[in-house]
Write a protein that binds this ligand. Sequence first.
Ligand SMILES: [Zn+2]
Length: 258
Amino acid sequence: MRTIRAVDEAAYNYLNEIPPRFWTLSHNGGFRHGLMTTNNSESFNNTLKGVRFLPVSAIVKVTLEKFALQFADRRTKGLMMRQAGLQWPRKILDEMLERDTYKFRAKVKRHDGVEGVYAIAIEGVVTPSGRPKFETINMHAGYCSCGQWAVDGLPCVHAHAASHYVGRVPDGMVPEKYSLENYIKCYEGTIMPLFSDEYWLLIPYTVLPPQGVPQRRGRCPSRRIPNEMDLQGRRCGICRSANHDVRKCIHVSSDGRE
Ligand SMILES: [Zn+2]
């Protein structure tokens, strides 16, 4: 917050009004698992890009077909992973294996073996003054000061190192929600094909055809709030003059470009 305040007092005041649990990973109680954005829905939105201007019924049909295929793919993948004897989906397994490699480069100091409190530094990770960066971990509480454990719910590199130190495998620390069985459950429902329209229910009213509003040609005007670049209009990219464009600029820019 101090850093934000130094850059922009108004931004600091704005954020101060919003309870931190709504916009920080460190204060949300550990339920967001790394997701702070709408990237997931944006990604699916992107797959619908080409159909956005089609009639609603076509958009519904494409959405249904895409979901049906995605569910079918992931269901098959889940069953194949079960056949291969995996405990977690491949992505979780790879992440766990990657974090596990750090245990051989960890320096562990035991502070309370009963409560599971350790200070752990990973070789090569140092403080700004060049000293080994020790993180405090409480294995029983599921907490590590590095924050990673709280962010995605998977044991961090320090938790792997602590488990190795006491001669255990960290598998038991992976939450149930990441299990392969849960992954399979997510996609177990089959999205059935639509029956053709001869099977549709008869509706007790007349459907009017579209009124034939002509489609607008070209790109739709943006509805976003104009930014500095929109307001500046077309200016030379080098000297910012409004009298000529960049190809005709005779000025030399500060970085030496002509
Ligand atoms: Zn950690």
